[in-house]
Design a protein. Structure first.
Ligand code: ZN
Length: 269
């Protein structure tokens, strides 16, 4: 790398401050020049539209990947569960298998962020599902913030479901009653998801919402239960929300005034 052509006075100051902070000069410079905007969570459409059976919106995977490299969602016609990890989108259809996704594929609901975790913990103690949720509760400093949560590691047990492709306008809660479930034992894999405060329940699924995909990126779905054995948990707080409001006729003319809390609770847990 070329040496930085800084005025001597600035160069001396930088050297002094970097030494005092125990950092490299370039590290300190990057930190000072960091103009990255605060992370935001992009939600492509309010989740209550999905709950009311609006399973087609015009948001493409191309759009989604411009907004983030990490997250979850579903696909048009409710055709499976979406997992986004390291900028790759996986479609986990109702047969429990992963399929490749093209940039033109569309989604009625997806949540993504640029994942830049600020904390990582390695957990070596086997936990049951309640123990895992309690651990999350200890790791997140405030329940009024949005958080992105990534898990990688080995699980003694994972139970998922994947929604089956649907015609529009069937309420989500009805569809969810027929969803196939899958069980995995002694499985290695990753989970991507979020904590969403309860008061945002018409925007995104409130509480912890995670999607699982195995290490081979072949199987997975919406997480119903997990018993981790050895995992790394990476967390990012997200202080902003960027909510898309679809321009489809269905969305513009839908009645979204109903409180969908109970439906969501049944459909997602
Ligand atoms: Zn889900």
């Amino acid at each position: 790398m070329e040496p930085l052509d800084l005025p001597p006075e600035l160069r001396r100051k930088l050297t002094r401050q970097a030494r005092a902070a125990g950092q490299s000069e370039i590290g300190l410079l990057e930190q000072l020049l960091d103009t990255t905007p605060a992370a935001s969570l992009y939600v492509s459409a309010p989740v209550n539209a999905l709950v009311e059976g609006l399973y087609r919106e015009d948001t493409t995977i191309r759009d989604i990947l411009q907004r983030g490299d990490f997250g979850l969602g579903t696909f048009n016609d409710l055709d499976g569960e979406m997992v986004v990890l390291d900028g790759t989108v996986y479609q986990l259809r109702s047969d429990g298998q992963a399929y490749a996704v093209t940039p033109d594929t569309r989604t009625p609901f997806a949540c993504v962020t640029r994942f830049r975790p600020w904390s990582e913990e390695v957990i070596d103690t086997p936990l049951d599902h309640a123990g895992l949720l309690a651990l999350f509760d200890r790791l997140i400093p405030s329940h009024n913030m949005l958080y992105a949560i990534r898990l990688d590691g080995v699980f003694d047990y994972v139970r998922t479901r994947s929604v089956p492709r649907q015609d529009a306008y069937r309420p989500l809660v009805e569809v969810a009653r027929e969803q196939p479930e899958y069980e995995f034992e002694d499985v290695e894999g990753s989970m991507a998801g979020f904590w969403t405060p309860d008061f945002m329940q018409s925007v995104a699924v409130p509480g912890y919402h995670l999607h699982f995909v195995d290490a081979a990126r072949q199987h997975g779905g919406h997480l119903l239960e997990a018993r981790p054995r050895h995992i790394r948990i990476a967390l990012q707080h997200i202080p902003r929300l960027d909510l898309g409001l679809p321009m489809t006729l269905d969305y513009l003319t839908a009645d979204l005034s109903r409180d969908t809390r109970d439906d969501l609770d049944e459909a997602e847990h």
